[in-house]
Design a protein around this ligand. Structure first.
Ligand code: SF4
Length: 876
């Protein structure tokens, strides 16, 4: 069928927890077009650069098409029976706690529900944990301690109605761009002020009224000072405090804390307190900078304390608000994806809750204690206690702290199953059984976003090869393990309505999570389900939580907790003088298995990097575009240096996205020790200590190629281009024969080579052609190679002579690294417009070049270029 005649389908974005609605139209040839859904309450038609490029990541070249057992293609029947038998045998021999599932915030709620039911209700262990443990477990713990349940009291509308938005440990401009656009809109229309609390100056600081670059991990001390000031100034809400307990102890602890540990000046701290106290409508947004910490739960409670003490919660334009990382991290929290929870916010350690769930499922068993949280789970794998492991849509060999050790543990596990869309991940390569699962545009189910909207994700593309939905794979294994009727699901609607019915059972315990009003949906009303914000009970309708108290502790009161600053577990020392912060970049998502397929997204930041302050760079002999070795006792990495005062002296920053598939020496979690928050079990991912030194490379290289390469060299980092791939390279040892080496790396033994070499200077330019069409080219130098990388990447398929010049012809403009992914506008083009055309605002640049006028994700960076008037540092 012609694509234009196919209907547009409402669905949700595959990436972050903002949960934007999208309108998808299949093109009839395996691809699709995407636009923002103007009616979706999360985004009202907006999309960021990642969402806008969703249509570019549905290709099948990397997909896993059939089950594999022991490296051989298998039938589904044989693979599933093998999985069921190995899990049953392991349980029979070693007990239910000898097996584990490690799942993902990428799963749909229906997938999560079946996985949780299988593990907790039928296998009889709570050893199921999700990668959301790495993302927001501290928020869950903080909410439960304060509110009695994991309730997010804020809504996106609060961001529209706030007069002050405080971003704590959140680079919202890059990580939740559509929400950031809402904040900027509020700033324009009502003058909303923005404070950013972050050790690093991020894109979110560009529009901020105040940036508090506090010492890493000192957030508790800052919010304790705020609580102490609130008490001292008589600025608390006595009426609201009747809905709480613990105020006096919390204030006493706050007063005892020393705000000097934040490293901020007394004036900065008092200015922040004055602004917060003087503004009633305050939303405090927090994210990974708060959660990924050994004191993450305490940080969350320090923030909640201030909102509870002032009654700034549950009312329009105010409240604490955690924004979630993954598209269905929130759904996973609700459905029991964490090892310490049952479904519907019920508690695994509460006998009545357990009994209710067990009865509802008609389950033979239910565990009476929490299972292993992610870090402990992989430790148990390493120690041989877990003997059968099923990893679903996640890549722990890269993303877990102490990633090298985790990778070895998975490899040594007696039986590992991986369900994923691709076998090209560091984890999938370690599996005994690979199960092909459907991907985002092929899946049907629901997700919950950061502010409790449940939205349908709808399949618009056919499942490729033999791929099957995750709920279907899990249910089939459940049936083959002997629980036929409990897992006899025909479609996701059946699972969702069972889950909704379970929430009415949970409601007997007066919990917040209630979707019982959706229990009666038939298949067609489930198919048509419009976004709905819970609670949506039979009688309860969407409401604000906590406007008038009504917390979920047995006495109905919230808890203010006495919390005290604790520094990060690792301390800097002469051998490891730098504090390593980690995080995301604007246009990539997690380990890039999808976003890395888009040349447009890959063009923004094509290589892993290390941000380091100019003074530190000087002191350690690092120049722009050098490669740096980053080391600590846990692991090592090699990263491209970016010298910037966005990081403070003594601190460095590196992104999380690169893997063994894209840059094997830049797996940043190899440097993160497995230290966790004692309450939430969330790892401290942003506060390792490391040494940094210049890589003493014998040579540096840059390659373009039609096909991907994975050379056996000390450093390489690859990214996609419109015509193939570009790869940065470096090595410690001299190479004897560059022409032969190039043929071997590119797999082009039979190609013709054109070589321009100056062995005395160590420079080589080699073009490999087939039938006079360029297939690959390699540029080598003793220093970091200065080339027109973006132009060269366009020459694949041309004649060899164009590429060997190493730069664009005079009539071809070098646009520089892409800044606006939507319209492909490069840094140099924008700089030229600023200087030559005298453009002096983001709007003027948008009018002239289009940059920043679609998703708006690049607007902060355009503002940054304007601010420095062309003095921006770009890689060689
Ligand atoms: Fe997707 Fe961007 Fe919306 Fe997140 S903000 S859901 S990545 S479009």
């Amino acid at each position: 069928m012609d694509g234009s005649s196919l209907p547009e389908v409402r669905s949700t974005c595959a990436y972050c927890g903002v949960g934007c609605g999208v309108l998808l139209r299949a093109d009839g040839a395996g691809g699709l077009t995407v636009r923002g859904d103007p009616d979706h309450p999360a985004n009202f038609g907006r999309l960021c650069s990642k969402g806008s490029a969703l249509g570019e990541v549905t290709g099948l070249s990397h997909r896993l098409m059939a089950p594999h057992v022991a490296g051989q293609v298998s039938s589904w029947d044989a693979a599933l029976q093998h999985v069921a038998d190995r899990f049953s045998d392991t349980i029979a021999k070693h007990g239910p706690d000898s097996v584990a599932f490690y799942v993902s915030g990428q799963l749909l709620t229906e997938d999560y529900y079946v996985a949780n039911k299988l593990m907790k209700g039928f296998i009889g262990s709570a050893n199921i944990d999700t990668n959301s443990r790495l993302c927001m477990a501290s928020t869950v713990a903080g909410h439960k301690r304060a509110f009695g349940t994991d309730t997010v009291p804020g809504t996106y509308e609060d961001l529209d109605q706030a007069d002050l938005v405080v971003l704590v440990g959140s680079n919202m401009a890059w990580c939740h761009p559509v929400l950031y656009q809402r904040v900027l809109e509020a700033r324009k229309t009502r003058g909303t002020r923005i404070v950013v609390i972050d050790p690093r100056r991020t894109a979110s600081c560009d529009q901020a009224d105040m940036h508090l670059a506090l010492e890493p991990g000192s957030d508790v001390a800052l919010f304790n000072r705020l609580l102490a000031r609130l008490a001292q100034d008589g600025q608390t809400d006595a009426g609201y405090l009747t809905h709480t307990v613990g105020f006096d102890d919390a204030v006493k602890a706050a007063q005892a804390d020393d705000p000097a540990v934040t490293g901020l000046s007394p004036q900065e701290i008092e200015d922040f307190c004055n602004l917060w106290i003087g503004t009633e409508r305050v939303v405090t947004v927090f994210s990974q900078g708060v959660n990924q910490s050994s004191s993450g739960s305490d940080k969350v409670n320090a923030i909640l304390n201030c909102h509870l003490a002032t009654g700034r919660i549950g009312r329009p334009g105010m409240g604490p608000f955690s924004v979630t990382g993954q598209p269905n991290a929130m759904g996973g929290r609700e459905v029991g994806g964490l090892a310490n929870m049952l479904a519907c916010h019920l508690d695994i350690e509460n006998a009545m809750h357990r009994q209710a769930v067990q009865q509802f499922w008609n389950a033979p068993t239910i565990p009476d204690k929490p299972g292993l949280k992610a870090v402990d789970m992989f430790r148990a794998v390493e120690e041989g206690q877990i003997k059968a492991l099923w990893i679903i849509h996640t890549n722990p060999a890269v993303t877990m702290p102490d990633a090298d050790r985790v990778s070895k543990a998975i490899k040594a596990c007696p039986f590992t199953v991986v369900s994923d869309i691709t076998a090209q991940t560091d984890t999938a390569r370690l599996a005994d059984v690979l199960l092909p699962a459907t991907g985002w545009a092929e899946k049907d189910g629901t997700v919950t976003n950061s502010d409790r909207w449940i939205s349908r994700q709808r399949a618009v593309l056919a499942a490729p090869g033999q791929a099957r939905p995750d709920w279907d794979i899990l249910a089939e294994v459940g049936r083959r393990m002997g629980w036929q009727s409990a897992f006899d699901y025909q479609d996701p609607a059946e699972i969702f309505t069972e889950y909704a019915a379970l929430s009415s059972v949970a409601n007997r315990f007066e919990k917040d999570f209630d979707i019982s009003g959706l229990a009666g949906l038939d298949a067609s009303s489930y198919a048509d389900l419009a976004p709905v914000r819970w609670p949506v009970g039979k009688t309860r309708k969407p409401e604000r939580f906590f406007r008038d108290g009504g917390f979920f502790h047995p006495d109905g009161k919230a808890r203010l907790l006495p919390v005290t600053h604790r520094p990060p577990a690792a301390r800097t020392e002469p051998k490891f003088p730098f504090r390593l912060n980690t995080g995301r970049v604007r246009d990539q998502w997690h380990t890039m298995t999808r976003s890395g397929l888009s040349p447009r997204l890959s063009a923004h930041l094509a290589e892993p990097f290390l941000e380091i302050h100019p003074e530190d760079a000087r002191r350690h002999g690092l120049a722009a575009a050098d490669l740096a070795e980053v080391r600590n006792p846990t692991g090592t990495a090699i990263l491209r240096v970016r010298i910037t005062d966005a990081v403070a002296p003594g601190q460095v920053f590196a992104p999380i996205h690169w893997t063994g598939e894209t840059a094997p020496s830049a797996r940043i979690d190899a440097l993160v020790p497995s230290v966790t928050d004692p309450v939430s079990g969330q790892p401290e991912s942003k506060a390792s200590v490391v040494s940094v030194s210049r890589m003493k490379a014998a040579w540096y290289g840059f390659a373009i190629s039609q096909d991907p390469i994975a050379p056996n060299v000390d450093y390489w980092a690859a990214s996609r281009t419109d015509k193939g791939f570009r790869t940065e390279l470096a090595g410690y040892s001299q190479v004897q024969d560059w022409e032969e080496t190039a043929r071997s790396w590119f797999g082009l033994a039979e190609s013709a080579a054109t070589v321009v070499a100056d062995p005395a200077r160590g420079t080589y330019r080699i073009a490999l052609t087939v039938e006079n069409r360029l297939k690959a080219a390699l540029f080598v130098s003793r220093e970091p190679v200065a080339l027109m990388r973006d132009y060269l990447s366009t020459t694949i398929g041309n004649g060899p002579e164009q590429v060997l010049v190493g730069r664009a012809p005079a009539d071809v403009e070098d646009a520089g690294p892409t800044l606006c992914a939507c319209f492909g506008v490069g840094v140099k083009t924008i700089l030229k417009a600023i200087e030559a055309d005298q453009l002096d605002s983001v709007e003027a640049i948008g009018d002239a070049l289009g940059a920043g006028t679609n998703c708006g994700s690049c607007r902060p960076e355009i503002a940054d270029l304007l601010a420095v008037h062309g003095k921006v540092e770009t890689p060689a």
